[in-house]
Ligand binder design. Sequence first.
Ligand SMILES: [Zn+2]
Length: 491
Amino acid sequence: MSAVKSKRPIVIGLEVHLQLNTSTKLFCSCSTDYIGKTPNTNVCPVCLAIPGTLPIINDRAVALGSRMGLGLHCVIQNYSNFHRKNYFYPDLPKAYQITQYELPIATGGYIDIEIDGVPKRVKIDHLHLEEDAGKLVHPTADGRLTGAAYSLVDYNRGGVPLSEIVSEPDMSSPAEAREYVVRLRQLARYLDVSDGEMESGSLRVDANISLSNADGSLGTRVEIKNMNSLKSIERALEYEISRQNKSLDTGNRIVQETRLWDDAEGVTRSMRNKETASDYRYYPEMDLAPIVITDDEIEKFKSGMPELPWEKRERFARDFGLSKEEVAILTDQKELAKYYEDVVSAGAPPARAANWVRMEVQRVLHEIGCTITNFKVSPSALAELVKKIENKDLSSTVAKEVLDTLAREGISLEDAIKRSGASSSRLTGDALNEVVSKVASANPDVVEVIKSGQDKKGGKLKFLQGLVMKETRGQADAGEAMAALSKKLGL
Ligand SMILES: [Zn+2]
């Protein structure tokens, strides 16, 4: 992570929009599956705001918002409601957005992050529910999406449920902001609240950043939008820190505004002066009843919570005796964590299984462009393979080949071992001696050098040992091969 320099203390707060994992929109029964769909086909009179229609709240969105709130250690409110946020923009058919304003569904939580081993707690102001807007498309004849003489609007995304998570301004570096988003996304995925994909827009981040004044008071806040990756969050904040420092150094003041991040150019550009709440003329949404969640329902949400990322990390370290680094990789995705646990449950020793899942399984997944959920190697097959390595029935070199075959062809472990040319058991005794004799007679010069005592550093002997290992396709134990060689050569 690049460290950014600033002579003034940095204050960052983030607003994260998460698309909730529902099948229908927040206030109608239109599908939320809008990606790649023909424009304006996932719409109905409600989400198109035809007069006379009424919104009806999606219970699953309420449940998912509550779940995320609990994951963030927030208090779930028994009573919350919706407001109309008025602004005219063509992507909003009603000319207002239905959002929670005064009474959000969840308030006052936190999430713990860690930078270079140093823990930090980032407080959450609140989480609220709101509907997404449609999308404007600006086509041009040559296919570029800028500079068009007209715009098109697609309302397929309009009304899709979002939860907006607003942090306190507790972060003090771009690296912390990035880590916060990483942890938040991991939590959302563990809870099945959202797929958290930044690329497809399921997770969107707006950053508020200011540099403190010499007297410690907060400086003027600038909002940055349009960051589409973790990397771009860091880059945009770094750029903005240096821009604001330069501006203040030359005696200018910072303007409160919204700026757009241009990823290609690596700069932020002024988009508009930042609106204040009064610009939106919020008023209560009278078409919707308040959301009432009873204590019993909150208890039910709590008891339905799965194991959370930090709980899993703690358990893996404790039960499997793994290092912090190993645990971090294995629990990054809950699917990988489950795979690892299944391998251990199938009898593989935890330490070696951790090593294999973390290194070899990840390598193969990367090479064949596959995810752990559609990985062809079952946990029990990997467990058998790991046990064979542990018992020295298979060398790790051969085992890696076997894993490759299993992953690519999905055949049985036995067949994959046969295919590798290795026997499924270790080469010892007479079989090993036979190989040793063969290697010795094929290399009389080397044997002569060793026997005459000229191989002082043992390099020649090691060379022969390597040939034995190669000849046995790694099916001999290196120590046993050396012992058999020494005996053969009368050392
Ligand atoms: Zn609709």
